[in-house]
Design a protein around this ligand. Structure first.
Ligand code: TRP
Length: 449
């Protein structure tokens, strides 16, 4: 058997993982969830979750991937725990589920590239969003995004995407910093910063139950956890890489991009609407589009050009995440069943297009798909992975984590215990709260005793 490929450089792996992690989750979703779920309270819980749960969990996926040296579905077989293949399978399903509506938002982004070129949304940003985000037009652009994703996966122009990704992360940061600096100069931005950045701990304590499932789910989503993606990426890693060092860098970079997007969207919304508008007026899924539109409109013709560049970069970020979601199933079926790459890629894309059309037809569906992903699928899939790494694979996981760290015994052992205890507990509580928010307990008074 040929030697399996490995990443040429450490930076190659980090950029690829960051490229997969940085996507609509950071740029589109994080700011709007923040806006609708308590502002700074959400940000605070998200940061804690990314560090305390996300980092140990991503290391768990890295360990499984590097040790097994194969895709997420077969990894568990290789590790001699075939029953746990269910983790890989659930991850696959979760990824496909998410891709169905991710593509709808990707379609909006394509629409906004065109809209920027003509300045179509300048006059009435919120109305424009309401018009293009649902219905036939949204379905058409959703089809375009899905077709692009499938073509890249089918014909393997990943080379191009890979190069674009290397440019993408720095360009996103530069453009977002520029927009954030612009927002900073606006009158009335101060109230936004306080809404966004100064946590009110009483509020957090009082609303923990509703914030936790969203904020922790957001951390999973944006780190691409629970979808087999990080297992697959780490399967290409050599033994000389330090997983803890790489993992920390990935978590920090990914979180940084989300926070930066918030620094753009929240102040722009505040200034335009005197606070966060309600969901329909642009405070919900439209937040990114409506807020940035208003800033670009201020810049006139330069705003048109900048809009094309900005949404163009967001499109690359979205595509690089979408192809890695579709690639997980495609490579599995191609490698194991000799299926034809284009058939699998276009077949799945066609099916997901159909399912996602519901979300494109009415964003209430999009919200429902998203809620179920956050509240149930992601935490369940991460929970099973954590149980496996902590309690089933335990000592071998420690062994694998140590490689390439030059010692690292103490850290690896502490990591294992964190996985076995508070990480497990945290994910479990998240799942419990998520499930009960979707299926609320019936309001039946307890019998008096
Ligand atoms: N993390 C990506 C984002 O923030 C989206 C995503 C979720 C993803 N799961 C994934 C990308 C799995 C690749 C693989 O937008």
């Amino acid at each position: 058997m040929a030697e399996r490929e490995t990443w040429a450089t450490r930076l190659g792996f980090i950029l690829a993982a960051v490229g997969s992690a940085v996507g609509l989750g950071n740029i589109w979703q994080f700011p709007f969830k923040t806006a609708t779920t308590g502002g700074s309270a959400f940000v605070f819980v998200y940061l804690v979750a990314a560090l305390v749960i996300g980092l140990p969990a991503i290391l768990g996926e890295f360990v499984v991937g590097r040790r097994a040296n194969i895709n997420a579905i077969e990894a568990f077989d290789r590790l001699k725990h075939p029953a746990w293949t269910v983790v890989g399978a659930l991850g696959l399903l979760t990824g496909l589920w998410i891709l169905s509506y991710y593509s709808v938002v990707g379609g909006w982004v394509i629409r906004y590239i065109a809209g920027s070129a003509t300045g179509a949304y300048f006059a009435a940003p919120a109305d424009y969003f309401a018009r293009v985000s649902m219905g036939w037009e949204a379905i058409a652009f959703h089809a375009a995004f899905m077709a692009l994703t499938a073509s890249i996966v089918a014909f393997g122009i990943e080379d191009g995407i890979e190069k674009a990704t290397k440019l993408m992360v720095p360009s996103i940061v530069v453009i977002l910093v520029g927009l954030a600096a612009y927002a900073f100069t606006l009158d009335g931005a101060a109230a936004a910063y306080s809404y966004y950045l100064s946590p009110d701990f009483d509020y957090i304590a009082a609303n923990l139950e509703s914030i936790v499932p969203f904020a922790v789910g957001q951390a999973f989503f944006s780190l691409s956890l629970g979808m087999g993606a990080m297992i697959t990426y780490a399967s290409y890693l050599g033994e000389v890489d330090s997983l803890p060092a790489d993992g920390s860098l990935i978590v920090v970079l990914n979180t940084f991009v989300g926070l930066l997007a918030g620094l753009v969207v929240i102040p722009l919304l505040f200034v335009q609407f005197d606070g966060i508008p309600d969901t329909a007026a642009g405070g919900g899924p439209g937040a990114l589009f409506v807020s940035v539109a208003s800033a670009l409109a201020d810049l006139g013709a330069a705003g048109q050009a900048l809009g094309v560049v900005f949404f163009g970069v967001v499109l690359i970020a979205a595509l690089s995440s979408a192809i890695s979601l579709l690639e997980v199933v495609t490579s599995y079926l191609v490698d194991n069943y000799g299926a034809s790459r284009p058939t699998v890629a276009f077949g799945f894309a066609g099916g997901l297009f159909a399912v996602g059309s519901l979300s494109a037809w009415n964003t209430a569906w999009l919200g429902w798909f998203d809620d179920l992903a956050y509240s149930v699928l992601l935490p369940l899939s991460v929970l099973l992975g954590v149980v496996f790494v902590g309690w089933v694979y335990g000592p071998e996981a420690v062994d694998e984590l140590k490689k390439g760290t030059g010692g690292g015994e103490t850290f690896a052992t502490a990591w294992l215990w964190s996985i076995r205890t508070f990480v497990l507990l945290g994910v479990f509580v998240t799942l419990y709260l998520g499930v009960s928010s979707i299926f609320p307990a019936p309001d039946i008074p307890l019998p008096a005793i």
